[in-house]
Design a binder for this molecule. Sequence first.
Ligand SMILES: Nc1ncnc2c1ncn2[C@@H]1O[C@H](COP(=O)(O)OP(=O)(O)OP(=O)(O)O)[C@@H](O)[C@H]1O
Ligand SMILES: [Mg+2]
Length: 317
Amino acid sequence: MNPRTPEHAIAVTGLRKTFGERTVLDGVDLHVPAGSVFALLGANGAGKTTTVRVLSTLLPFDAGEIEVAGHRLPSDARAVRADISVTGQYASVDKLLTGRENLVLMGVLHHLGRRTARVRADELLRRFDLVDAADRRADTYSGGMRRRLDLAMSLVARPTVLFLDEPTTGLDPRSRRDMWEMVRELVREGTTILLTTQYLDEADELADRIAVLDGGRIVAEGSSAELKRLVPGGHVELRLHDAAQLARASAALPDAGIDRGTMMLTIPTDGSIRSLKALLDRLDDPTLSVESFALHTPDLDDVFFALTGAGRKEAVR
Ligand SMILES: Nc1ncnc2c1ncn2[C@@H]1O[C@H](COP(=O)(O)OP(=O)(O)OP(=O)(O)O)[C@@H](O)[C@H]1O
Ligand SMILES: [Mg+2]
């Protein structure tokens, strides 16, 4: 879809990855513009973590062309490793060390030198609101603190491309929002972020572009708005008082779906003020009493259900 150009921080064409007999990635194409947030969605087992592990040099792959931060894989794996960082689905924090020790150790592993590593650790402890807990062992941290420490550790070496595998799984709503704010700040500083998530609101909130992985391939890619346009439009649900009212309302609304069991009418709409006004005008009958009126506009959940074999919401009638 997108031609590979140097402004892509990640460019993947035809990526194949098998585990024994099993093909997990079967020709994946991804192009992530530099300085953007790209979200990879997919059901459990779709291959998100596998993709992240391949792109971050942790796993070999069977076929395809991969360029990360301007370096090719597998030939330039060292150069890729120098420019990227990964925060995995399973935290890499050493629980027996304190938060500060974890950060300093990471700095030393990245050849910062002990003094610079300490300065960087202090900086990150402040930024991630871990100063008070800095000298406590990480096994005394809450899940949210451990996640923050994990993210801080992946930033020690100032990566240009950051992979975040399910960065907010298990976080409370406030910690999720804090994490999102940190991601936005990193992007403002020029970092490119590829994240995987199970939370479609997270992709909606954070990602410039979103790709949906299913059956080993990318089945859709685009901005959140573009993806939402792929699924059937929104609808209005009206609940009427009784069968007689239902019949009268449905006579006024010929394209409405009708459910006599629940006394509901479902009317397709593009959600615009104009179409809603037209709908309400047709219902402007003093003898009709509408019990409830709900507008449903397609969200990423609808996109996900429509595009993946992950199951189906109650069919909209
Ligand atoms: N090392 C491995 N050996 C064999 N099979 C593997 C290995 N790693 C992953 N798989 C298989 O590859 C498939 C994709 O796994 P992966 O972890 O990439 O999925 P995921 O999209 O990250 O799922 P989740 O949402 O549950 O994290 C799964 O069927 C998994 O069992
Ligand atoms: Mg995973």
